[in-house]
Design a binder for this molecule. Sequence first.
Ligand code: T4K
Length: 371
Amino acid sequence: MADFVSEKLAVLGGRPAFAKPRHVGMPNIPNREILHARLDEILASRRLANDGPYVRRFEAQLADMTGAPHAVAMCSAMVAMQVLFRALELAGEVITPSFTFIATAHAAAWERLQPVFIDVDPDTHMISPDRIGATLTARTQAIVGVHLWGSTCDVDALQAIADKARIPLILDAAHAFGCTSRGRLIGALKAVSVLSFHATKVVQSLEGGAVLTGDGDLAAKLRLMRNFGFQGYERVGCLGTNAKLNEVSATFGIGCIEEFESFVAVNRRNLEQYQSSLMNIPGLRFYRRDPTEKSNCQYVILDIDPVSCPLMRDELVDPLHAENIFARKYFSPGCHRQSPYQDVVLSECPTHREPTGGAIDGAAHGNGGFG
Ligand code: T4K
């Protein structure tokens, strides 16, 4: 609830509704006593990094919670995607949605892969498999689908296209810890998935990520590559990098997994409260999640209808900021309009326009939206 409700909006000189800034993406902090005890243990053991016991425990929990045969923890989702692209020896183009966090495109481009951007479905905000069409060519090396807002994209349709083209399907699952696709946990899918444990995610390890896969050989290769390619103490078996997760980060991740259900319950309660409070405002539409799927309810997403809403997204966000409610315009502008990708044509989107939706939330967050 607001600390204070002024007759005059803050943007017009009134007192802000909240005395302190309410940020989108404020981190979930697991039980402090347990966290402190584990940090003491780490400090006493002096085992801080390099595949230590907490990283292994975190990986076992991840596999268990996501249904993945193998979970390989890394220092961030973006780096995990880069290492994965290397491990799969991709060279050429990858098909991916433009409406995603820039890391999806950057991970490909950093590995000298050309992102080919596809427009998204205005209702789901996620990649439309039926738009892939002619963008799939002999140069296409993989499809990189993106799950958003605690919902999953149309994995089965994407997998069918990838299988037919004999290319891998990779899923950017940064937002999808604990979510299902047609009732299946994301780690149990054929596609390789990449999670993020950035501080703003429902399960956070300060910074962190992981690859989930059913392919034991791929998992073994990723483990080598994340640690400079070392096989044992001396021998370097392949090109590698430093993509390791450290022990302190792993303890945060472990604590968040232990409290995952209660974090989701808070997200759900917040979401329901926003919905019941704002649902009658003309022109605001809440993002619809499939009620038959499990969702972490991590983001509260609003689309703005330009016809029935008197204010557009950008006109709404500024007054909210003045009230100390730091709603965000994720992800605006789209990747294809950011400097590194401006020359890349957004495929098959004659109707594409800049997003006009908005996210309103001080606790859990996000935004999408199309005019
Ligand atoms: N794929 C997708 C679909 C993603 O959304 C992301 C990341 C990735 C891949 C890549 O994952 P990582 O490589 O990061 O593991 C944030 C996060 O930095 C980013 O991880 C996340 N997605 C993205 C959606 O959001 P910004 O630019 O919004 O971050 P920032 O610093 O503005 O933080 C957001 C808000 O959270 C702030 O208003 C304040 C609050 N905050 C943030 C931090 C870090 C806190 O209260 N405490 C904190 O410690 O990107």
